[in-house]
Each structure stands twice: as structure tokens, then as C-alpha cells.
Design a binder for this molecule. Structure first.
Ligand code: TEU
Length: 545
């Protein structure tokens, strides 16, 4: 599949549209909005996991890889959705959580019952002199090992204790995963996102040295490449599917390797470095304005090195694990439209495949929560406990940090109308909706002149048809400018110049724009004589022939 023409829309199924009144979204709800998505012009929908799951981590704790969670509907509903989406030129991408299963998965239950075959599907170690096998912390807080008395052994869980890490070193496990992929390919699925897939090779079980969390022992190991290649050869390669790996704490060198077509591993990779530029001392649960220079340096490094090495980037600001970019990097109060449009222009004009999250196209923002009880996410609650008991923060400080950082910011129900629960459900929504749904809702936004939605449509159409934006090389400009992010995309001596003001004040401009004409921008007029870009102004210009 040609990645350069794809535009991926992410749906958090639990939050898109409820048709049963149980307060949680479902597959039929998604099918009912396919015309809306076709109008937008996207080519693929990525769903977060829709498989049976106890929902300790909202579906990333899978208890059966080849069935549909009854909360979301039936296999028939899924097949209808695939078919109806296909009629509209939209493919379905499923989320494959192959690093771990729920402890409720049949495999784990058999392991617990003492079945040797299935016990070897997971990772068990003896304690060391009365201590845990290693000192690794889990990514959700607490240690990464769970003691199981029956075996007098510890089971590895890099995430929640109910998410047991699979032992991919066992070829039987890999065969199971190949079969899972084949099952969904048969159903007409056109893409797969692989959750934390660079963690599937546990290289050594050693204590993390001071200042490290032990990631070096289980991140980007050499067998990750082998395992991905096997999935490609045995399942993915013969199907016309798009694959994206979610890479935790990775490097551009590793990601170019994973995504180079000749290596036959993945189509592209997500990395998260650009979403840590507002972490104080590299810690997530802190508050700090974003470091603009660091952001630009990262974009530069990843765009240019991936191009040099022949790799491919998945480009995104938002996903279900991140606060909304409009609240984080834009200004939803004073410049909601301008900053939302500027931010998405960045994703669509760089080299790679753009991904955005349901609701971005209408300007959805972070949740204006009133207390910790408004949050559902396991990570947010663990963080709140840590901030209270270890860092002794006040309740107000904790709330302010969650408001800025909680993953639930990217999971609130879709705001369709300004009616009850934003038209998302007639029941009690599983997660609080944002109060701003009075004005920020699809029905109202679609009627606005110069809407964010309309701008998304234009950008999507542009990305799907413009070879320079698809394949052009990248040359960075104004790399140390304090306000502007600028670059040229070039192909066959044709040029597109992109300049974005990342701030809510005018930004002096030293570039001569006379040779350029406008393709798209987020203000109604374009003046090549302008000496500054206006707040959050974003220009996509083509060099005149
Ligand atoms: O995320 C991986 C991951 O590293 C994040 O959970 C990260 O630790 C967190 O956002 C840091 O704040 C994937 C999924 O996207 C996420 O939703 C799952 O919870 C996680 O894997 C476990 O499956």
C-alpha cells in the first residue's frame, strides 16, 4: 500500500458514538458516521482495541484476539463496518497488542492452572535473594513483577499487573500471533497498529543502574526486527495492508530500520520524542511550557534522517495517550481556529503519513475536569497517588497536572451536537464530556465559515494529491528562529514552502515571499509584503514557475 497517499483518522471506539444507551461507544455508532468520515476524505480508520477485555487499560488488556468485545457489538457488526467503510474508500486498521495479554486471557489462565505449554507463553523468573528478579518499574507505576505464589515465581508486566508480558522468544507464541493477523486479514482489515512493539524482545534480566528504569534491557532489541520480519513474511506481506509500530523510547536509527521497505518489517513508526518537549526534567507529571527549539530540532532530525535512510514516519500530535495538542501547543481560548489549523498543517506538510484523533477536526480540547474523580484512566489515578504520597502535592496542584497531562484528555466522548451529552449517548457517558460542547460540536462547526473542519478537508485533499508533499525532500529554514518553524519540500525542481508561527503574537519574518503563491493558509488573505506572520499564522506556498 502506498503510505504517501494515506490519511489516518483515529477512533477511540468507547468514545465515538453510543447506539445502545450504555454510555459507551460501539461499532454501529461508528458505521452510522461513515458518511461524515467520507466527506472529510480520510483513507483509513485506526481503532483502539475492540477485542474482549476486562478494560483495566481500556482494551489494551486483551483477553481474546479474535473476537469482538460484546460491549462494542458483534462480529456481524464488525463485518458490516468493514464493508460499509470499504464502499466509501476507507480501510480499517486494528490495534494489535502483542507485547502482553490480559491475565484473563485463556492462555494466562491455562498457565496459572499449571499447563506448561501456556506457562511458557509468559515471562517468569525466580526472586533474587528475597528480592524481585529485577528492579524495573512498571510503566504505570509500581514494580514490573507480580508474585505468583503457586509457582513461587514472578511474572513480568511492563504495564499494569493485569497485563502479563508475552514471551515472544517462544515460537509457539509467534505462531499464535501470525494466526491472529491472518484471521483479521481474512475479514478485510487493511491495516494494523502494533502496540509498544519495540518492547517484544527482552534482552536481559538485569537490575537497572542508578538513574535508569531498565528500558535498555527490553527496548529495541535485535530480535524485534526478526519477529516483525516473521509477521511480515508469514501474514502481512501477501496482503495489501498498512502497518505502523508504536515505538517506546526509540531512536531514529531503529525506526528507519523498522520502516525501510526492503527490510520487510513495518510500513512506518510512531515515536514520541516530540511529545516530551514539555516534560520538566524528563518527567511527565510536571508542568512546563513547551521547548520550541527542541521541538523543531526533533522534527528536523527525524524528517531528514528518515529520508536519508529510506524510512517512513507516522506523523501525529494527538492520540489516546496524549493531551490534545490544541490545548498543549495552541491557544484554544484566543486563537482556537488559527492555532488548530496551524498545528494540523505541520502534520500534513512533513514527509510521512498524517494521523489525527477523532474530534481534532472540530477543535476538541483537554477536559476541563473538576476533580480527580472525573478521570477513568489507570495511569492518571496511579499518578495522582504518586503526586500526593511521594511528592506531597496539594489537591489543586494534582488536578492542574492531570488537566494538562492525563491520557483521558484524548479520550473524552466525541462532541456531535450541543444537546445532552453532545449527542454521544442517551445514557450516562463512561467519561465526562467537555463543557465546551456548547460551541465545540460537529453540528455547529460544520456550519461555520472557515471552519477547522473545512480546513482539514482541504489539507486532506491536498496531501492525497500533491506529489511534493508526498515525496518531496525536506530542507529546513530559520532553524533557530524563536517563533517560526519553516521548511521547503522539493521534488523535481518544484518547491513548497511552509512557514508556521507557533505563538500568539506576530512573528517577524525575514523570508522573501514574492516568488511564492498561496496553496493554503489559515488567514483569509496572504500578503507577500508582510514583515511578520500573524498569531499562529501558517502558510503553505508554492514557488511560482
Ligand atoms: O502505550 C504505550 C506507552 O508507552 C504509553 O502507555 C505510555 O507509557 C504512557 O502514555 C505514558 O504516559 C500503549 C497504548 O497506546 C496505551 O494506551 C496502553 O496503555 C499501553 O500501550 C499498554 O498497552
Amino acid at each position: 500500500m502506498d503510505c504517501s497517499k494515506q490519511v489516518v483518522y483515529q477512533i477511540y471506539p468507547k468514545s465515538f458514538q453510543d447506539t445502545t444507551g450504555n454510555g459507551r461507544g460501539d461499532l454501529n455508532g461508528i458505521t452510522s458516521h461513515l458518511d461524515y468520515l467520507q466527506d472529510l476524505g480520510i483513507t483509513m480508520i485506526w481503532f483502539n482495541p475492540i477485542f474482549p477485555s476486562p478494560q483495566k487499560d481500556n482494551g489494551y488488556d486483551v483477553s481474546n484476539y479474535t473476537a469482538i468485545n460484546p460491549d462494542y457489538g458483534t462480529m456481524d457488526d464488525f463485518e458490516t463496518l468493514v464493508r460499509e467503510a470499504g464502499k466509501r474508500g476507507i480501510g480499517i486498521m486494528l490495534d494489535m497488542v502483542f507485547n502482553h495479554t490480559s491475565t484473563e486471557h485463556e492462555w494466562f489462565q491455562k498457565a496459572l492452572a499449571g499447563n506448561r505449554k501456556y506457562k511458557d507463553y509468559y515471562i517468569w523468573k525466580k526472586g533474587k535473594d528475597g528480592h524481585l528478579p529485577t528492579n524495573w518499574p512498571s510503566k504505570f507505576g509500581g514494580p514490573a513483577w507480580q508474585y505468583v505464589e503457586k509457582f513461587d515465581e514472578y511474572c513480568l508486566h511492563l504495564f499494569d499487573p493485569t497485563q502479563a508480558d508475552l514471551n515472544l522468544a517462544n515460537p509457539d507464541v509467534r505462531n499464535e500471533l501470525v494466526n491472529v493477523l491472518k484471521f483479521w486479514i481474512e475479514k478485510g482489515v487493511k491495516g494494523f497498529r502494533f502496540d509498544v512493539v519495540n518492547l517484544i524482545d527482552k534482552m536481559a534480566f538485569e537490575d537497572a543502574p542508578e538513574g535508569s528504569e531498565g528500558k535498555e534491557f527490553y527496548t529495541d532489541g535485535p530480535k524485534v526486527n526478526d519477529y516483525l520480519h516473521q509477521l511480515h513474511v508469514e501474514a502481512l506481506g501477501n496482503a495489501d495492508v498498512l502497518t505502523v509500530g508504536e515505538m517506546s523510547a526509540t531512536s531514529v536509527e531503529k525506526c528507519s530500520g523498522y520502516s525501510k521497505p526492503e527490510n520487510e518489517e513495518l510500513s512506518m513508526c510512531f515515536n514520541f520524542h516530540h511529545l516530551k518537549v514539555d516534560y520538566k526534567d524528563k518527567q511527565k507529571w510536571t508542568l512546563m511550557p513547551f521547548d520550541f527549539q527542541e521541538l523543531k530540532d526533533l522534527f528536523f532530525e527525524w524528517d531528514v534522517k528518515m529520508e536519508e535512510e529510506g524510512g517512513w514516519n507516522a506523523l501525529f500530535w494527538n492520540c489516546h495517550d496524549q493531551p490534545r495538542a490544541l490545548s498543549r501547543f495552541g491557544d484554544p481560548v484566543h486563537y482556537p481556529k488559527e492555532s488548530a489549523k496551524m498545528l494540523v498543517s505541520v502534520i500534513f506538510t512533513r514527509r510521512g503519513t498524517p494521523y489525527f484523533l477523532y474530534g481534532d477536526e472540530i477543535g476538541m480540547t483537554n477536559l476541563n475536569s473538576r476533580s480527580v474523580a472525573d478521570y477513568d484512566d489507570v495511569e492518571s489515578h496511579n499518578a495522582a497517588d504518586m503526586l500526593k504520597h511521594e511528592q506531597h502535592k496539594s489537591d489543586d496542584e494534582i488536578l492542574a497536572i492531570l488537566q494538562a497531562k492525563s491520557r483521558d484528555n484524548g479520550r473524552t466522548p466525541m462532541q456531535w451536537t450541543n444537546g445532552t451529552n453532545g449527542g454521544f449517548t442517551s445514557g450516562q457517558p463512561w467519561l465526562r464530556l467537555n463543557d465546551n460542547l456548547e460551541t465545540v460540536n460537529a453540528e455547529s462547526v460544520l456550519q461555520e465559515e472557515d471552519s477547522i473542519y473545512d480546513y482539514y478537508k482541504k489539507l486532506i485533499a491536498l496531501k492525497k494529491t500533491n506529489p511534493i508533499l508526498q515525496h518531496g525532500t525536506t530542507r529546513t529554514l530559520l532553524q533557530t528562529d524563536k517563533n517560526l518553524y519553516a521548511y521547503v519540500r522539493e521534488l523535481d525542481s518544484e518547491e513548497i514552502l511552509c512557514v508556521h508561527n507557533f505563538f500568539g503574537h506576530p512573528a517577524p519574518l525575514s523570508l522573501d515571499l514574492h516568488e511564492y503563491e498561496r496553496i493554503l493558509s489559515n488567514y483569509s488573505d496572504f500578503d507577500p509584503d508582510a514583515l511578520a506572520l500573524r498569531p499562529y499564522e501558517s502558510l503553505i506556498l508554492k514557488k511560482k514557475n
